[in-house]
Design a binder for this molecule. Sequence first.
Ligand code: FES
Ligand code: FES
Length: 178
Amino acid sequence: MNDDEDLSAPVTMEMRLSVNGIGYPITVDTRETLLDTLRERLDLTGAKKGCDHGQCGACTVLVDGRRVTSCLTLTVALDDREITTVEGLADGSVPHPLQTAFVRHDALQCGYCTPGQLCSAVGMLAEARAGWPSIVTADGGSVDARLDEAEIRERMSGNLCRCGAYVNIVAAIAEVAR
Ligand code: FES
Ligand code: FES
């Protein structure tokens, strides 16, 4: 190591970030989280910063269709991966079925957790369709993709709602699962 080397200096990398079908050529600090990149650099503020420690789920987005907490994901690791945020769930002006169901079931109060709940539910339904069991799946057996309440609650347990809208969130997801 060179004595003159400043170890606190940022290390940057050029990369292409693909978000909601749009490619963004950007230079990122290798310590930068996806959540900060989305919110502070790309002006995509749907994903929310709740705990910033991977504990609340408010920052959940999809990477190649799988849900991740963007506050714990380094942007630099996502070169050429496809990221979907809540802004990308609708099909043009047609809301995603989960968005419609959340409105119909009044599945939010302040709405702070809602983008994360929606992205997580999209990923969760895909996991169930693929047959991934959860800790409450009977006998460790095959998953009924319609999902009962216990399955939905367990599979969405990483997404907290301080307003306590869980009953309606589960009802909205159950409707779409059916
Ligand atoms: S802000 Fe990422 S899990 Fe809470
Ligand atoms: S609706 Fe307020 S935190 Fe969930």
